[in-house]
Design a protein around this ligand. Structure first.
Ligand SMILES: CC(C)(COP(=O)(O)OP(=O)(O)OC[C@H]1O[C@@H](n2cnc3c(N)ncnc32)[C@H](O)[C@@H]1OP(=O)(O)O)[C@@H](O)C(=O)NCCC(=O)NCCS
Length: 328
């Protein structure tokens, strides 16, 4: 029997209502609106309320995606959350979300792949659907990065934001669906982007708190280099696997880390910027949430039409990177 093809049946997103502008950051650290816009393109980002954790953001995005797909919590047989800033180290955020949704029949687990989390999720989930093991899967990318940012470090705190994006995946009913996907990693470069303490290597202690080791650390320059090279290569491989060329891409939805990286990637791939969706200007880098948030906004703006080829590509901590090509 031919394996069913997996497709995205619904998408949704949520960003907390509180918006933090670059002007506000100028009050916190030695930076300027001009510097942030010139180096990153970011103008503002959303910050979760003190009582909002990852599963709260995820719930709102999930409900939108389920409404679009016409799926109820009882229809779900699996919930996967891509996150590195979950509610708790354990249980998983997917389990907290399962409880909030009221979907006791669904299995639930998290994926930690930094900013590539959502595309790692698509890769895993589409194979589970194709195998016939699961029929209706909720995949969420969610981050509350504001909780792990060092608000005294200007080189990182200006870059990130909080949000959630969700998709319902199931067997495709027509030609639409996931055409090809690839994921990759290079653990040798783990320290380029990492959160040093709070795990079994450096459990929480007065020393880790005093040393500011519970915050996001990044070597921006090195990360930039690897991001552009690896995303370009995996995007091209994924299109080849789908039997397509760059000219077939109707919309490129890249991970929204930084406008310079996106522009560089589009140029390297020879995809005109009119075919590239960007919203990093309004959200900053929301890590695992970035691709589903961008896809949802692109869809709502009418930039994703039936039959079009969408190429998604991401890069993040691990290092990890991945790409998915799909026909909408
Ligand atoms: C972070 C990034 C924007 C910094 O830009 P850059 O051109 O590499 O800048 P550098 O880090 O070399 O810093 C240049 C100068 O700006 C300063 N600077 C850093 N952050 C600043 C800020 N927010 N405001 C003002 N100046 C800042 C640095 O201190 C440095 O000053 P110095 O030359 O006096 O030492 C860039 O490296 C980048 O985009 N990297 C990729 C990050 C990323 O996307 N990560 C997530 C991947 S998922």
């Amino acid at each position: 029997m031919a394996m069913p093809h997996a497709a995205i049946l619904g998408i949704g997103a949520y960003a907390p209502s509180r918006v933090m502008t670059n002007a506000e950051l100028e009050q916190k650290v030695d930076t300027s609106n001009e510097w942030i816009i010139e180096r990153t393109g970011i103008e503002e980002r959303h910050i979760a309320a003190p009582d909002e954790a990852a599963s709260d953001l995820a719930l709102k995005a999930a409900r939108d995606a389920m409404a679009m797909a016409g799926v109820t919590p009882q229809d779900l047989d699996l919930i996967v959350c891509a996150t590195v800033t979950g509610d708790t180290p354990f249980p998983s955020t997917a389990c907290w979300l399962q409880s909030k949704l009221g979907a006791p029949q669904a299995a639930a687990f998290d994926i930690a792949a930094g900013c590539t989390g959502f595309l790692y999720g698509i890769h895993v989930v589409q194979n589970l659907i194709r195998s016939g093991a699961y029929k209706k899967v909720l995949l969420v990318g969610v981050e509350v990065l504001s909780r792990v940012l060092d608000w005294t470090d200007r080189s990182t705190c200006v870059l990130l934001g909080d949000a959630a994006g969700a998709a319902i995946l199931g067997a495709a009913v027509d030609e639409s669906g996931i055409l090809a996907s690839n994921i990759a990693a290079d653990g040798d470069k783990g320290e380029l982007l990492h959160l040093p303490a709070g795990g079994s290597r450096h459990p929480a202690s007065h020393e880790t708190v005093d040393g500011r080791l519970h915050y996001f650390k990044m070597n921006g320059r090195e990360t930039f280099k690897h991001a552009t090279r690896n995303m370009g290569e995996i995007a091209q491989k994924t299109l080849r696997d789908a039997g397509l060329g760059l000219g077939d891409v109707d919309l490129l939805v890249p991970h929204q880390a930084n406008l310079r990286i996106i522009t560089y990637l589009a140029k390297a791939l020879d995809v005109p910027m009119e075919k590239v969706f960007t919203n990093v200007q309004r959200y900053g880098n929301t890590s695992s949430a970035s691709i589903p948030l961008a896809l949802t906004e692109a869809y709502k703006a009418g930039r994703v039409q039936k039959g079009q080829v969408i190429l998604m590509v991401a890069f993040g901590a691990g290092l990890t990177w991945g790409a998915t090509a799909l026909r909408w």
